[in-house]
Ligand binder design. Structure first.
Ligand code: SF4
Length: 363
């Protein structure tokens, strides 16, 4: 099995751990790759579900680590890969002066990315009718594993430690959407300004399209190097069903904002996250991706993973074949548009661990 195919199989089926302690960090709840574990296969680190419903029935079994720290992944008893797991970062052992563990402020994603959700509350999450059905932003807050608002000073302190102690190379700052018309851009800008004053690390900001396009320049001036504005789903019916609150922002608003953002951040430094497997057809995802590539917006298509505790926890994950039918042509499209993952300064597109997409760009 070639590497992109194996990655898509693992990301859609998940994996079971023979030794659940296995000495490896994994995440539950929160925004981003929740219920996942980072796995390094060869030179590539990817996020693979371990705490989700499909993962409990996965044919992939991770054996206990050998003496050299590597583990075998088997399928029906046959070895399909030898993998290792990024170790626990050293900055997780630290606390702020007022006793907040650094791991409640930001976490390690993949092997070299620092990720944080600046505001762990969201106007879209406050009513079950409006909430994005896949989102777990409130779960880690309710479980006491994070704090509601990370201050600029806290983020700067943790970012500096993560760079110095663990060699973190770039940072992702996402946020729940606050009530104001800036849609979170203001809190991202003030955070980035404090982080950049403390440590030189490329930062991606992620928010809904701000009402006023002037926010793109304000974010860039504050030190944000790349911007993500996430469509998640692309056809009106799927948007309405999966994220009724966010669907009130029309696709046209996203496209206007993408265009304005590319003028500020440059081609390939603006991206969007698209979750495949929620009902959009491969054709619909590829059509919109072509439009995005032409504009210089990187379409980061990832397999939908049903997170425990969310309304979609029993929704099936897409098949590896469905993912390949999108990612193979998409990889080519991205290379032709000259906006490859490897050229992105910071963020999910550069990290790439939640999808096999970047491995298709190298084929
Ligand atoms: S792709 Fe984004 S969400 Fe996924 S592990 Fe990387 S930084 Fe985190």
């Amino acid at each position: 099995m070639s590497s992109p195919d194996l990655i898509s199989e693992l990301q859609t089926r998940g994996m079971r751990l023979v030794d659940p302690r296995a000495g490896h960090e994994s995440r539950r709840g929160g925004a981003g790759p929740s219920d996942h574990k980072a796995v390094t296969i060869g030179a590539t680190t990817v996020m693979v579900p371990v705490h989700t419903a499909p993962a409990f029935e996965s044919p992939f079994l991770v054996e206990a680590p050998a003496q050299d720290g590597s583990s075998r992944i088997t399928r029906d008893g046959v070895e399909v890969a030898r993998v290792s797991f990024p170790g626990r970062p050293r900055f997780y052992d630290l606390k702020t002066a007022d006793g907040i563990p650094y791991s409640h402020i930001a976490t390690l994603h993949s092997r070299n990315v620092l990720a944080t959700t600046v505001l762990q509350t969201c106007i879209r999450y406050e009513s079950r009718k409006k909430t994005c059905q896949f989102c777990a932003i409130g779960q880690s807050l309710a479980a006491g594993r994070t704090i509601a608002h990370k201050t600029p000073e806290q983020l700067a302190e943790v970012a500096r430690a993560a760079v110095e102690l663990d060699g973190i190379e770039h940072m992702v700052m996402t946020t729940g959407t606050p009530a104001g018309s800036d849609r979170g851009a203001a809190v991202l800008a003030e955070s980035a300004r404090a982080i950049k004053a403390a440590v030189n690390i490329p930062i991606q900001g992620q928010c809904e399209p701000p009402d006023d396009d002037a926010w793109h320049q304000r974010m860039a001036d504050a030190g944000i190097d790349a911007l993500g504005m996430h469509l998640e789903a692309v056809t009106p019916e799927v948007r309405q069903r999966i994220m009724p609150g966010k669907a009130s922002v029309p696709l046209e608003k996203y496209f206007d904002s993408f265009e304005a953002a590319v003028r500020v951040f440059g081609r390939g430094q603006v991206s969007t996250y698209i979750l495949a497997g929620l009902g959009d057809t491969a054709e619909a995802i590829l059509d919109i991706s072509q439009k995005l590539c032409t504009m210089g917006v990187y379409p980061f298509v990832v397999p939908f993973v049903p997170i425990s505790g969310t309304p979609l926890e029993s929704h099936p994950a897409p098949s590896a074949g469905f993912m390949a039918s999108i990612l193979r042509p998409l990889g080519e499209m991205i290379v032709k548009a000259g906006i490859r993952s490897a050229d992105i300064k910071a963020g999910c597109g550069r990290c790439g661990a939640c999808s096999a997409l970047s491995t298709y760009e190298k084929l």
